[in-house]
Design a binder for this molecule. Structure first.
Ligand SMILES: Nc1ncnc2c1ncn2[C@@H]1O[C@H](COP(=O)(O)OP(=O)(O)OP(=O)(O)O)[C@@H](O)[C@H]1O
Length: 730
């Protein structure tokens, strides 16, 4: 089944009442509007039409949207399918309003309504099975801000600046390492947690939206349904993407520009992924941004609904056209509805890719949809055939008038802490497999392929996960110190390497990475625990052993200092931060070392000097002011000679140029050598409006792919291109 794409046109805001409306909806049949029309920006007499599964007009309510688009997916969630609902659109078009909504009952968005529906269904299920079947809900909530993942259950001042690492576990799952998963027993619990977490989300004011989301927010609701014979786990992901921004209109300052560049880049990669999937290209660039890796559009199984948010006014003309083109391609993506495997009662089954807590998303290569079923259609047809009433409006968030609304009970929020249990359950998500007919209760035989060794290794793995989660929770007596830019850069570099790793080694590297993060923040206790957890993965590694020893000594010294504080000379305090080896050489406790003795492993986790300016001098015990990287001018052959075709292999510099130009971010483009503001704006105008496509429609979405495409840019000669290319530092 394809991704279900529906458009929602938001009403005019107070400030827009006088403005021209250019987006209209039309009905092709009696089933309500399914077509969006918008004029050609170059010729207003001409109109473009885009057809979607459904279109929601300005007057449509949250309840209408929910009942038609989200509620039908929830019954599939209870059958073991994963569900993804995401809102897409440029800034200020109503994504957050759609997903989160307002405080009044009628304004409640898709997320609170979804939770309300899940709790109601859970109660009904328990009642209908006389309490034999139980449903439990837990959730995790995180944001991707400036391409870093942050746990929204953690207040910003407690965050590790580098964010949480993500990695691919076995079976291609994308895992956020160290994410909090909070059990959530009732709608009230959810509301308290959700509101509190939303206060941690990165938002800011721009000219286009006073409360603009500066991050992509991902809420994962895990539903565990346990019957006497089996346990079934499924996840509903509700994603509020940040909106694409044209910085000429947002009036963004320096900080906002950085956020904006990151938002635009991730959305651009998403658009490239969608284009690649639609064109059935062999390479889909998921890995180029964290958002696309996590969203895994077209690779995750289950049901996916995209809500395209649109503003009706002319001020958004090009943004709207670009969003419509994107949505048009997205609807061609086919996803496979595959229910999650149940976990049978009895001896546990071997779970592949189990890891530290956090939701995982199944990613599999696209396959032909041989046995997929359009369950939405079947459900609608069935209901129509039996002349059944449409799904009942659920009682909690109804738009209907109610005489009295019970006062919200003030309730102490449950602790927002990782617990060992939550991390444990987070990793027990089973692998998925295709099943022709969904059946909720499955009384099947117990899996026979479990060996004693595999059970033992599973138990061992779980124990280390629980220890890791506990270690992360352990209060650290030391104040958090700010991380220098250099350390931050090195952590980023380690994380990048970590991302490519799989399996056991990745597990060990994750611990090392977390250890370094803790150590960089001065949290030696937690760092030590992480190093110790990493130990079994790097047996007999002298460097790791001495790191642990040094850390222990350092902590012991600190304890002694606390006991007898006043007499310590300043110099020796300073030495605490660095220790000496047998040869009298200084080591910074934050020093990056390889924990591998063999050459191969060295490359996997070797925070090499080549990558980190200054690390050589640090190893020698001297601090050198980081020098500005030299601009390397490489006199490579004329790229025109090598790359005259869309299939040519791109050099890093050409790829960089293409990425920057495709971002349509004037500030970034302006920063390229040989370009000023005027030329940068000219390029953006060209890409947005005057592309190669003669009918103009795809013109708004022109994307550069090759050096040849660059040579076709209006007003950019070969010489300027060369200057631009040579200005890129490699
Ligand atoms: N359907 C709607 N009904 C009433 N008001 C709406 C609707 N959709 C959006 N709005 C209003 O439009 C404004 C912008 O909406 P919102 O903040 O949800 O946009 P957004 O797409 O999330 O923007 P950003 O990407 O910048 O975060 C808000 O004031 C919101 O209340």
């Amino acid at each position: 089944m394809s991704v279900r794409v529906v458009a929602r046109i938001r009403p005019l805001l107070k400030s827009e009442l006088e403005k021209d409306q250019i987006v209209t909806s039309h009905a092709a049949t009696d089933d309500g509007p399914t077509i969006v029309k918008i004029p050609n920006p170059k010729n207003f007499a001409e109109e473009f039409s885009f057809q979607f599964n459904s279109v929601y007009e300005q007057e449509s309510t949250q309840q209408e949207l929910f009942e038609a688009e989200v509620a039908p997916t929830i019954k599939h969630l209870f059958l073991g399918y994963d569900v993804t609902i995401f809102a897409y659109g440029s800034t200020g078009t109503g994504k957050t309003h759609t997903m989160r909504g307002g405080k009044s009952l009628g304004d409640r968005g898709m997320i609170p309504r979804m939770l309300s529906n899940i709790y109601r269904k859970s109660r009904a299920l328990e009642k209908s099975t006389n309490g034999d079947t139980k449903a439990a809900v837990s959730m995790s909530y995180y944001e991707i801000y400036n391409d870093r993942v942050y746990d929204l259950f953690e207040p910003p001042d407690k965050r590790t600046p580098t964010g949480l690492p993500i990695r691919e576990a076995e079976g291609g799952k994308t895992v956020v390492v160290g994410l909090t998963e909070v059990p959530c027993g009732s709608l009230k619990d959810f509301e308290v947690l959700y509101d509190k977490a939303n206060a941690n989300r990165s938002t800011g004011a721009t000219k286009l939206n006073a409360h603009s989301s500066r991050s992509h927010a991902i809420l994962c609701v895990k539903l565990t349904v346990t019957s006497p014979t089996e346990t079934r786990v499924s996840v509903a992901s509700a994603i509020d993407l940040a909106g694409s921004e044209d910085n000429r209109r947002t009036g963004n300052g320096k900080d906002r520009m950085v956020e904006s560049a990151s938002i635009n880049k991730s959305l651009f990669v998403l658009a490239q992924c969608v284009e690649a999937i639609a064109k059935k290209q062999p390479r889909i660039p998921y890995r180029e941004s964290k958002m696309t890796r996590i969203l895994s559009l077209g690779q995750n199984n289950g049901f996916t609904v995209m809500i395209l948010n649109l503003a009706p006014v002319k001020a958004y003309h090009l943004d709207t056209l670009s969003s419509l083109n994107f949505a048009n391609r997205t609807k061609k993506i086919e996803v496979r509805e595959v229910e999650n495997d149940p976990i049978f009662k009895g001896p546990p089954r071997q779970v592949s890719g189990a890891s530290l807590g956090g939701p995982t998303i199944q990613r599999q290569p696209l396959r032909p949809l041989t046995n997929s079923i359009n369950v939405n259609l079947i459900a609608t047809k069935d209901a129509a055939g039996k002349n059944e009433k449409p799904p009942k409006a659920f009682s909690v968030y109804s738009d209907r008038y109610r005489p009295s609304i019970p006062k919200p009970v003030t309730q102490k929020s449950p602790p927002l802490k990782r617990t060992a249990d939550t991390s444990f359950t987070g990793s027990t998500r089973p692998a998925k497999a295709s099943r022709p007919t969904p059946s909720f209760i499955r009384r099947g035989p117990e899996p026979a392929n479990l060996t004693k060794a595999s059970i033992e290794s599973l138990v061992e793995q779980k124990v280390s996960e629980i220890l890791a989660a506990r270690a992360l929770n352990a209060p650290d007596p030391l104040p958090t110190k700010t991380i220098s830019e250099e350390v931050q850069r090195r952590l980023d570099s380690i994380e990048k390497r970590l991302e490519g790793q799989e399996g056991e080694r990745a597990e060990g590297l994750s611990y090392l990475f977390m250890a370094k993060q803790h150590q960089a923040r001065g949290e030696d206790g937690s760092a030590l625990k992480m190093y110790e957890l990493a130990r079994p993965y790097f047996p007999d590694n002298q460097k790791l052993e001495s790191k642990i020893e040094r850390l222990k000594e350092k902590m012991a010294r600190k304890r002694e200092e606390v006991e007898e504080p006043p007499h310590k000379p300043e110099e020796s305090v300073a030495r605490d931060a660095r220790t000496e080896d047998r040869n009298g050489q200084h080591h910074d406790d934050d020093d990056d070392e390889s924990y591998h003795d063999d050459g191969d492993a060295e490359s996997a986790y070797n925070d090499s000097d080549a990558d980190d300016n200054g690390s050589t001098s640090r190893r020698a015990g001297r601090w050198r002011k980081p020098t500005k990287p030299k601009r390397k001018r490489i006199s490579s052959p004329d790229p025109l000679a090598q790359q005259d075709g869309s299939t040519a292999i791109l050099t890093p510099r050409t790829r960089y140029l293409i990425d920057v130009l495709n971002s349509r971010d004037v500030a970034r483009i302006k920063s390229l050598s040989g370009l000023g503001a005027k030329r940068a704006e000219g390029i953006v105008d060209f890409l947005n409006g005057d592309g190669n496509d003669d009918d103009g429609r795809e013109g708004a979405g022109t994307t550069l792919h090759s050096w040849t495409d660059l040579t076709r840019l209006r007003g950019i000669g070969k010489k300027t291109l060369e200057t631009m290319r040579e200005g890129v530092i490699v």
